[in-house]
Design a protein around this ligand. Sequence first.
Ligand SMILES: C[S@@+](CC[C@H](N)C(=O)[O-])C[C@H]1O[C@@H](n2cnc3c(N)ncnc32)[C@H](O)[C@@H]1O
Length: 277
Amino acid sequence: MNAEEFTYVKKKIRELTQFDLDNYGHNQMIRRLDGYIMRFKVQNVAQYFNLVKHDKNELEKLKKFLTINVSEFFRDAAQFRLLQDEILPPLLQNNLGLNIWSAGCSNGAEAYSVAMLLDRQSPYRKHRILATDIDQAIVNHAAAGGPYGAAEVRNVPKQLLEKYFTKDGGNFRVIERIRNKVNFGLHDLTRDPFEDNFDLIICRNVVIYFSTETKKILRKKFLDSLKVHGILFIGATETMLDAKDNGFQRLSACFYRKKSGMPEKSQEPVVSGRGIK
Ligand SMILES: C[S@@+](CC[C@H](N)C(=O)[O-])C[C@H]1O[C@@H](n2cnc3c(N)ncnc32)[C@H](O)[C@@H]1O
């Protein structure tokens, strides 16, 4: 796809899905879209969009393709062990109830994993776990607590699987008590305002798809949204080499703590948008 075609594709995708491809890494996106559209054996990209425009099913598939919403419980088990053993205990020592945000939560597996850890580590305290994504269909699936396939629960220890899930045919569903601990909502990281005052923000395997410029803006917004000493938990394949220049102290490859001396609230005007429901 050449530059002119990509401009057309961006415009069409914005019209049909409200997805703004300008925020995502272009080269990677062009490569993926080329492969995707080619499967339809169309003469040109305009023909593909003509087809999608009249086919709700194909439009849903396109959205699914763009959002790459795969996730699983305790994804990168070693990082969740670190969260349990090293990150949550000091946070729990300093706060009665934690304010947590799973941003780009996909099917909710990540947010529920944290809810399960907290249920074991501080069973009598009330925490707030907000989990948001740009994709309404996946948010609905998350809020329903599944069902999740065997691959999505493969990292869940046996006792947790028995305690926190019910069997649904060959699949698994999160029990209501854990479902009630997470509030799901629609939120576009590139358009909607961010809340502040979080003790922990989990944003994993989302920012990697964004352009360098958007990544920079988001890191700053995450910093502003955290309390001083709050933690940003990123994906295992992501890095924040310049953490210390950006107000973070690197605790390990995936955990970054907001340094003291950084403002608690955003100094920038809040971007207009739909807000978190
Ligand atoms: C690969 S999944 C990551 C899910 C989970 N955080 C994890 O690591 O397992 C990426 C998610 O980011 C969401 N996403 C993509 N662009 C987004 C945006 N602009 N705002 C919010 N979520 C977005 C997608 O819908 C998808 O569910």
